[in-house]
Design a binder for this molecule. Sequence first.
Ligand code: ADE
Length: 229
Amino acid sequence: MAKIGIIGAMESEIALLKDRMSDRTETVRAGRTFYAGKLRGADVVLVCCGVGKVNSALTCQMLVDWFGVDTVINIGVAGSGGEAKVRDIVVSTDALYHDLCGITPEDDILLDSYPFVSSFAADPELIRLAVEAGEKRGVNVFTGRIATGDQFVGNKAQKDDIVARTHPMAVEMEGGAIAHACAVNGVPFVIIRSISDNADDGAEMSFEAFEQIAADDAAEIVSSMLEKL
Ligand code: ADE
């Protein structure tokens, strides 16, 4: 049976799923709490990794090494990088870093190291199941690229620059690093993000207003996906 790792960066992003788990056990390692148990009949390990690329990558590696997960789903909120509006869902086609220096199409420093790609492709079947679960819930679902960096994108100039360079559907702070950790371990992943803000000058206010509602939307989609995994 599949063992599914579910990662959120903030407590608000995992709260709904944590409450719904049965047979839940807790293990604390490296300052984070891993919740193992059942969710909708599936074997899951749920964890709040903390914000940013390092927190999320190291937590993902721990899920693989210590808990033996064979699938990873990253959930949470994001800023819009494209057509997606607040409370729309973005399911990743791929994820990359928008703040890694030295990246141009001709000279991409990620191409020098394993797995020799500059963007990490999500698993097609997980994408399909996430889209299906979102549509069943009646929300607008977009598929597209996730651009990840160690910064909250909260002004128009910053957003325009990221969009021009990386063409994302959503911007956030963990998905690319989780995708990277999954890629080097050969573990299929998908990122499911609910849009909390437009990553522009109004982002902070919008984020505060929609954080929990949007986080719950993404969590509900995973919950319904689990029946099919
Ligand atoms: N997560 C939610 N909104 C975000 C934003 N605007 N930038 C980065 N991460 C986010």
